[in-house]
Ligand binder design. Structure first.
Ligand SMILES: [Zn+2]
Ligand SMILES: [Zn+2]
Length: 287
């Protein structure tokens, strides 16, 4: 079967390659479609300083460049224009009105930032020191509470809506190697997985099975891990394999692993993006 790559970063944010290089590579790899999902800017809306989100003044050029690639590759490779949008509690999220006016084909909703009870927002997938400082200062040393806050934010984002694909649902595990800080295998978190899976089903969301952690050797598991993936399957939430590629070489990285994980979780099909509005937006593809 032919798979697509819809979660892709470029030089406009923290990716290494430009739009054309990524299109050529996707075409050569035989992917069925390529979607761009640069990290939406956060600066103007939140005042946060980030070196991986797009700059506010780069958005127009990003939109233009991907639209031009759509035309250049028409008939050879379907190219889609998307964004990965941060939900930052109380500050910004995919439901913000401005995204509706950009003519995007799809939005990926993602939680990278937590807004702690004390102190400034911080990212959970950044350097270990930032994560540890977040636990210590933001959550008064309570790492379980931080993990719960991550899933709280994810639920709030899903309820607010405005996006099509849920990004890396258990990104919180990235700085938790060896379950150093909390166990996502424990009953309270398994219950969270169930709650999030049924919310996704109710909102007709697609969840990505993201190989980015494996591709960049930051995790030993896909996002989501096997337990969480099984909950999505039980709730009949459709899944899309993505690479969260930050360079062309990774556009289909570890896709074999993702296919096996889907089968192990009981999935018999995945979905492919069709780019049209309405019911035909997603096409089912047997595994
Ligand atoms: Zn992300
Ligand atoms: Zn990403």
């Amino acid at each position: 079967m032919r798979l697509s790559s819809l979660h892709t970063h470029t030089k406009f944010c923290d990716g290494a390659d430009d739009v054309e290089t990524l299109c050529r590579s996707a075409y050569e790899k035989g992917l069925s479609a390529l979607g761009f999902s640069s990290h939406a800017p956060v600066g103007k809306k939140t005042g946060l300083v980030s070196d991986w989100n797009m700059k506010d003044d780069a958005v127009e050029a990003y939109l233009d460049e991907v639209r031009a690639a759509k035309c250049r590759w028409a008939g050879r490779l379907p190219v889609y224009l998307g964004m990965e949008v941060d939900f930052i509690s109380g500050l910004t999220g995919p439901a913000d009105r401005d995204y509706r006016d950009m003519g995007l084909d799809y939005l990926i909703g993602a939680v990278h930032y937590l807004v702690p009870p004390r102190g400034a927002p911080f990212t959970v997938d950044g350097p270990a020191e930032e994560f540890e400082r977040g636990i210590r200062e933001g959550f008064m040393g309570d790492s379980e509470r931080l993990a719960q806050a991550y899933f709280d934010a994810e639920e709030a984002m899903i309820r607010a809506g405005g996006f099509d694909i849920l990004a890396h649902p258990d990104l919180i595990k990235k700085n938790n190697a060896g379950e150093r800080w909390f166990s996502l295998e424990s009953a309270p978190f398994i219950r969270r997985f169930e709650g999030i899976a049924s919310l996704c089903a109710a909102q007709a969301l697609v969840v990505e099975v993201n190989t980015g952690g494996l591709n960049r050797k930051r995790t030993r598991e896909l996002y989501p891990g096997p337990r969480f993936l099984h909950r999505f399957q039980a709730a009949q939430v459709p899944v899309l394999i993505t690479a969260d590629a930050h360079r062309a070489a990774d556009l289909d990285g570890n896709y074999g692993t993702a296919l096996s994980a889907l089968r192990d979780a009981g999935y018999t099909e995945t979905v492919l993006f069709e780019g049209k509005s309405g019911a035909s937006r997603w096409k089912r593809a047997p595994l």
